[in-house]
Design a protein around this ligand. Sequence first.
Ligand SMILES: NC(=O)c1ccc[n+]([C@@H]2O[C@H](COP(=O)([O-])OP(=O)(O)OC[C@H]3O[C@@H](n4cnc5c(N)ncnc54)[C@H](O)[C@@H]3O)[C@@H](O)[C@H]2O)c1
Length: 250
Amino acid sequence: MSMLSNKVAIVTGAASGFGAEISRLYVKEGAKVVVADLNEEGAKKIAAELGGSAIAVKCDVSRRADIENLVAAAVKQFGTVDIVVNNAGYTHRNGSMLTVEEAQFDRCFDVNVKAIYLMAQSVVPLMRQKKSGCIINVGSVSGMRPRPGLVWYAASKAAANLVSKAMAVELAPDGIRVNAICPVMSATGMIEDFMGMANTPENQAKFLGGIPMGRLAKPIDIAKAALYLASDLADFITGVELPVDGGRSV
Ligand SMILES: NC(=O)c1ccc[n+]([C@@H]2O[C@H](COP(=O)([O-])OP(=O)(O)OC[C@H]3O[C@@H](n4cnc5c(N)ncnc54)[C@H](O)[C@@H]3O)[C@@H](O)[C@H]2O)c1
């Protein structure tokens, strides 16, 4: 029995990294997936890989019109929306907090926080009608246990973590579960900005000391957590900030 049979999911930032892997695992487990990304070509590539169970939609998650179009496309193609994974993210480059430009600060909060608000405005009414739904926000361990260099990004991810709990309590009577996944560093498209240096084995080693399990996260680690939280196995789980971090947040 597949864990997500007959479920329809929207995954944002799904052209690469965690979002692509979440989309792959969701389809493997029986879901229909809307692969949403700013990078249209990348989204199309992932959707094509997934065959008839996926469509690609170009979307800037920080824009209301794009989010409304995304949700409408999901309903048009697959009939409803059961699961949303707000995974698209943006970071300023790792560095002194005073060197981050105002536009980068704003982009962190637009993509990492405002997008959750815009998505809620579009999908919560639909989920309320059905009295069921699952929203997963990809926060970050940096929003729980910050380290130097990512101050404003960490602040936006702390907001993403917190809003998951706040939404969870408000939406619980509607049968809508909301949870956050808080990954540790992973070698995806964002890693050089997170490290503030080239992605070499020597540089990665500088970050491994803080991770008790001694390795970076792999996209499949995040995908497995996203599968669990979206599945019936987690039907009494809401408002958690789930670290997927090899012990880094302890
Ligand atoms: N990789 C890590 O170390 C790490 C750690 C903790 C949290 N995260 C979070 O995980 C999430 C996924 O990132 P990733 O590591 O897979 O990086 P990634 O760069 O591989 O993927 C991010 C995707 O988001 C898309 N995107 C960016 N801005 C967008 C926008 N405005 N609208 C739509 N799509 C947009 C990009 O085009 C890209 O495909 C992000 O929210 C990130 O902050 C990453």
